[in-house]
Design a protein around this ligand. Structure first.
Ligand SMILES: [Zn+2]
Length: 87
């Protein structure tokens, strides 16, 4: 009679596994959004789902992806073509 089966133990690491690439566990009781760099309430999955759909999160995510890829595919292809012409 310790707990009901629906009350399974959830911790920040559980949410990291449920939403791979979105969050990181900062501690036993703290979950952070990788993109927003913002602490989120991990106790309710619906809150995390809402966070992922929020415009703030989408903006941060797009910004992060953009920052990781400063060079476009077109630029890479152009560079390769230029290099190729010299060889
Ligand atoms: Zn976020």
């Amino acid at each position: 009679m310790m707990s009901t089966s629906t009350n399974k133990k959830v911790n920040p690491a559980t949410r990291v596994n449920e939403f791979p690439g979105e969050f990181k566990a900062m501690s036993e009781s703290s979950l952070m959004c990788i993109y927003c760099n913002h602490e989120v309430d991990w106790k309710k999955k619906s809150i995390l789902n809402d966070h992922l759909k929020s415009s703030k999160h989408i903006e941060c995510k797009l910004g992060a992806i953009g920052a990781k890829k400063p060079i476009t595919i077109e630029e890479i292809l152009q560079t390769r073509q230029k290099k190729g012409s010299y060889l």
